[in-house]
Design a protein around this ligand. Structure first.
Ligand SMILES: [Zn+2]
Ligand SMILES: [Zn+2]
Length: 276
């Protein structure tokens, strides 16, 4: 076992929220705090939506915002970015300890109504932009953003290359075939599946994955395990656990439906037996 691998035996992914559309967020039918990743010695928070700070402090075991190394924003929509400013303050001890990094699309920053406020930008060591094909290297892993997602604002999915495998998070996007190639080789695949079925008129484009598109992606990418999250109302009405079981049965890939507060051992997910 190599040394880099040793750092990663305690890696976890904690869902501080699994809400994915405005009604579910506004009524807090599911929480919207984002996802906390512990990867080796690094702690990262992805998409701190409304209530993220409270969810960190209420988590069991408690998550400690000043221990964060960085915050990553997949896109500027409110359900992903609402708490980014307060989380930057929490990460930096109110701006007293200049530290940490923020990675975000350019349109979260360099626009007339930025979601990352001017004054908190000075609190972090590094504010950098996610871009197609760009890779960020850390001690024992790297992060890349392979493709621009098809969404109503600049949006990227995240691909983490670890010593023992690859985690990808397919953030908000409409379905397009290139997603398969861009996320191929993923061992643990997280998908934002907002709607059960697209029933809107054809002229009205939905920029989210639906259930059957998630199934198709899992079938084509064939990760060792997949996690569904970011649920809108129609997904909740159809019971995400039953939907995960349906995908599992159809594809033979182990599939979980995330719940608020769920903490996954990443290695545990990758080492568990396949269902078939
Ligand atoms: Zn969203
Ligand atoms: Zn969105």
């Amino acid at each position: 076992m190599n040394c880099a691998f040793n750092h990663h035996t305690q890696d976890t992914m904690t869902f501080l929220g699994t809400a994915g559309a405005r009604f579910v967020v506004a009524r807090q039918l599911r929480a919207s705090g984002g996802t906390w990743l512990r990867l080796g010695e690094k702690q990262l928070l992805i998409d701190p939506g409304p209530g993220s700070l409270l969810r960190c402090l209420a988590a069991q075991p408690r998550l400690h915002p000043p221990a964060l190394d960085g915050i990553i924003l997949t896109h500027r929509h409110l359900d992903h970015s609402n708490d980014i400013n307060v989380m930057i303050e929490a990460m930096t001890n109110g701006g007293r300890d200049r530290r940490g990094f923020v990675l975000a699309p350019r349109d979260a920053v360099e626009v007339a109504d930025p979601v990352i406020q001017q004054y908190v930008r000075a609190y972090v060591d590094e504010l950098d932009y996610l871009e197609v094909g760009k890779t960020f290297s850390f001690n024992t892993f790297s992060l890349s953003t392979p493709v621009a997602h098809h969404h109503s604002v600049e949006t990227y999915g995240l691909r983490f290359s670890l010593p023992y495998g690859t985690i990808s998070i397919i953030a908000d996007t409409a379905y397009f075939d290139e997603l398969i190639d861009c996320y191929k080789g993923t061992d643990l695949l997280v998908l934002n599946v907002v709607i059960y079925q697209d029933t809107s008129p054809s002229a009205y484009k939905i920029y989210h994955l639906n259930f059957s598109q998630a199934l198709a992606l899992i079938e084509a990418i064939r990760p060792r395990a997949a996690v569904l999250t970011h649920f809108g109302m129609t997904m909740l009405q159809h019971n995400p656990h039953l939907l995960a079981a349906r995908i599992e049965e159809k594809t033979g890939v182990r599939v979980l439906a995330a719940t608020d507060g769920l903490e996954l051992s990443i290695l545990g997910q990758l080492q568990a037996n396949q269902v078939k």
